[in-house]
Ligand binder design. Sequence first.
Ligand code: TRP
Length: 447
Amino acid sequence: MQPTRVLTGITTSGTPHLGNYVGAIRPALASSRAPGTESFYFLADYHALVKCQEPARVQRSTLEIAAAWLACGLEPDRVWFYRQSDIPEIPELTWLLTCVAGKGLLNRAHAYKAAVDRNRETGEDDDAGISAGLFMYPVLMAADILLFNAHKVPVGRDQVQHIEMARDFAQRFNHLYGGPAGKGYFTLPEAVIEEQVATLPGLDGRKMSKSYDNTIALFAPPETLRKLVYSIVTDSREPGQAKDADSSSVFQLYGAFAGAGETAAMRQAFSDGIAWGDAKQALFERIDAEVAPLRERYEALVARPAVIEAQLRDGAQRLRDRYATPLLRELREVVGLRDLGRAPQPAAAATAKADKAPTPAFKQYREADGRFHFKLVRGERVLLHGAGFESARDAGQRIAALRRDGYAGPDARLVPGEGVGADEVAAALAALAAAAAEKAAGKAGPA
Ligand code: TRP
């Protein structure tokens, strides 16, 4: 059986903290040991450039994050471990995907939209200070994922939209260019959201995050670790007064590092009125017990960066030989970046004559209430219903936007048909786009 490919990218723009360890590193390494998985871990240093333009910091962060994952038990012989910028096929694929990606879909990416909204609030031009890198971020991320045909991508909630976009680009590419036995070139990846993985509170009680500046560095020296733990915000209850475990960051952090028995005992100690100082001391000791051996390995690794450099390069080289280089060779062929000496071949999709499914169509109509509606249908099946537009023009514009930008999920005016998922709609829109492209290329009929 083909193993499940699980792929995770880590942006190299910060220092690993306890939240990264509990929320990402520890669970990822545990699941990489599950049988039947092929795991890919990479340092997303191209992505780091979008946010961070301090070269020394990008370099340092890449070293620290690589050393942290290795120190925590990543085995480069059993999983793929590499650096994004060592794989030139990633930017190459990014361009191929850029050419099928709907600009309108990218306009709706959360991070880009949030930046535009901030500009509007302050009365700036929409795109003031926004780089094309921020705008293209989702396409680069799609290339990371699609290059290795990952099945599963464990991510936080904020990244789910990016995985959906990767599916959309993959689908458009597959439809435009067909693929072996009509199956397409790219696997459609799925986001895996680890619900049960704790998000750790930081020093101030909000989620531990670099952007809140409330983190505890994973490999801080013990004295610093102790000071940071003692600086966690608590309420002002005195020793002997009962304390509420569930609303306490100290307790939540403790639970992330202690076993069930110890955690239950700590809960009891809270209701018995443990002093904050004692609770924090116990927390410090518990974290340090788990982290100390890792810290020792981490320090040894960071002291020998050339070893890590060699490991990363080796991982990238093997990965390119095995997957990236052959796939890009094929994709270049597929899109027409070809040896000029050979006879021209149409796209597989054009010859295979789009799989049996009927060509989808938009149908516009007017109801008795005088409003304008449309449907996206494929054969007998109604995929989407666009409801209640003021004018035929409004309805037409909405259809044009769907064709151009793709489907971003239901909204007040757009209702999916019975049992119709976003993928089915995306596939239909991709088929429409492919049919339109074929027509535009003047392939009116078979020669
Ligand atoms: N954007 C991801 C983040 O900020 C990092 C990332 C880059 C990534 N490429 C990826 C994650 C591919 C998963 C798959 O967390």
